[in-house]
Write a protein that binds this ligand. Structure first.
Ligand SMILES: *Cc1c(COP(=O)(O)O)cnc(C)c1O
Length: 462
């Protein structure tokens, strides 16, 4: 079994949480219409819904916030952030925005419109939504290894280069508005992308003159995987790996709520300061987010982000971070519980299709598992499967996800080993009692886009 790597930090402030009874949780589920996003945080003991914006900031970040410059224009905190971003990513233009989806909204329209396609190693939910909101359509070319959760391969998040090129030729290179490389590949289970694969993807993009954007939420976890698994990079610093990755793309969109360890923030990066679309980014940002030097954030948020970009790529931190996932995964291995293995960088993705092979994707087996985990011990998780994927924007038919995952996304610097052990024990219980589950859930109401956040569900009873 993997050893639990001790935390490279200690606790200075705590947040008390409420313990609930099974009866209280049952009532809470009904009130939430079985939608995890509609539960109250108060009714949750361990919250693994997401690692986005749920991180604990450091004393360095909190003290940087006190120095935040709240000037409308040209604030000191803005320049601190730009300095950090330039140092790490070596791009020529950066635009702070309030979160990742804002980066997508501000940037994507420059490349996508009706009739165009965006191609990715897999889109995450909001990224998919912003491609569709721009009128374009999503196509994917993910490493087929990602579909087999029991296959331990080092870079299951990779782009399938052959498929990428085949799809470009099928749709016509002039119709592919951009290629998106998601690092790490969230929908595939937080699986990393290799530097070699990034190079090959960039080569294809150059060959057909297609814009390459990195969806960069987990830039640091991905770099650590590359260091550990790609022999060429084993002696490289994390910063060098990040730079090597980013120099291969034209732009990045980043949710800073993940690896940059802040509670709110996002960033757009553009490699070439003379890129014609920078004017459009600026115009969109000023209209939708705010003036260029704050981008919808407080000055203090920019200050915390400037510190967080570095803390997120600290090697001791990343060793602990990936080590936590290894520990979690190896305990599940002992129990025989199926998950996307090896574990990804930001969480454990339980293979709900293997928990409940009797429940079809149209009844959302990963939602069934999410509800059971909450019932059992008050753990909140999220469904990353057909329920999240939603309906085809053209036909309205339920789409089928490559995997039916129940994601335990681990917030950064928030929980301790005993929380993980408690959750693992509860997973063991749910695994043991999986067979009597015969039916899943039906949606009784859903909005047209990003339905999983708001929809109402009910259990299907024959
Ligand atoms: C979280 C995330 C986004 C969206 O970012 P928000 O900050 O939640 O708006 C986009 N892409 C990926 C891969 C993400 O994980």
């Amino acid at each position: 079994m993997a050893r639990f790597i001790p935390e490279p930090y200690r606790i200075k402030m705590v947040e008390n949480v409420k313990m609930t009874t099974r009866e209280e949780r049952e009532e809470a589920l009904k009130r939430a219409h079985y939608n995890m996003f509609r539960l109250r945080s108060e009714d949750v003991y361990v919250d693994f819904t997401t690692d986005s914006g749920t991180n604990a900031m450091s004393d360095q970040q909190w003290s940087a916030m006190m120095l935040g410059d709240e000037a409308y224009a040209g604030g000191r905190s803005y320049f601190k952030l730009i300095q950090a971003a330039e140092d790490i990513f070596q791009y020529e233009y950066f635009q702070p925005v309030h979160q990742g989806r804002a980066a997508e909204k501000v940037l994507f329209g420059a490349f996508l419109k009706p009739g165009k396609f965006a191609l990715a190693n897999l889109f995450f939910d909001t990224t998919r939504a912003h491609v569709e909101l721009a009128g374009a359509r999503c196509l994917e070319a993910c490493n087929p290894q990602a579909a087999d959760t029991q296959l331990r391969a080092p870079f299951k998040g990779n782009m399938d280069i052959e498929r990428l090129e085949a799809v470009i030729l099928e749709k016509g290179p002039e119709n592919v508005g951009m290629v998106v490389m998601t690092i790490t590949n969230n929908s595939a289970g937080g699986q990393p992308v290799s530097l070699q694969n990034m190079r090959e993807t960039a080569k294809v993009c150059r060959k057909y003159n297609i814009h390459l954007n990195i969806d960069a939420a987990r830039y640091a976890e991905n770099a650590m995987f590359v260091k550990l698994r790609e022999p060429e990079c084993k002696d490289w610093s994390i910063k060098r790996i990040i730079r090597e990755f980013f120099t291969l793309a034209d732009t990045f969109t980043m949710s800073a709520k993940k690896d940059a360890i802040v509670n709110m923030g996002g960033l757009i990066g553009v490699k070439d300061a003379n890129a014609p679309y920078i004017d459009r980014i600026k115009a969109n940002c000023i209209s939708f987010e705010g003036f260029l030097t704050y981008g919808g954030l407080n000055g203090r948020d920019l200050a915390a982000l400037a510190v967080g970009l570095y803390e997120g790529m600290d090697e001791d931190w990343l060793r602990y971070r990936l080590g936590t996932m290894e520990y979690f995964g190896s305990r599940l291995d002992e129990l025989g519980v199926p998950y996307q293995s090896p574990p990804g960088g930001h969480g454990i993705f339980l293979d709900a299709a293997k928990f409940y092979p009797q429940i079809p994707y149209t009844e959302y087996p990963a939602q069934v598992l999410a509800v059971e985990l909450y019932r059992e011990a008050g753990t909140r998780t999220s469904e990353i499967g057909s329920y999240m994927l939603g309906n085809d924007p053209d036909t309205g038919a339920q789409m089928r996800s490559m995997n039916e995952f129940t994601r335990l996304a681990i917030p950064r610097r928030v929980y301790t080993q005993s929380h993980y052990d408690m959750v693992i024990d509860s997973i063991a219980q749910v695994w043991k009692h999986r067979e009597p589950m015969k039916r899943g859930y039906r949606i009784t109401w859903e909005p047209p886009i990003l339905r999983h956040f708001q929809a109402s569900l009910e259990p299907i009873t024959e």
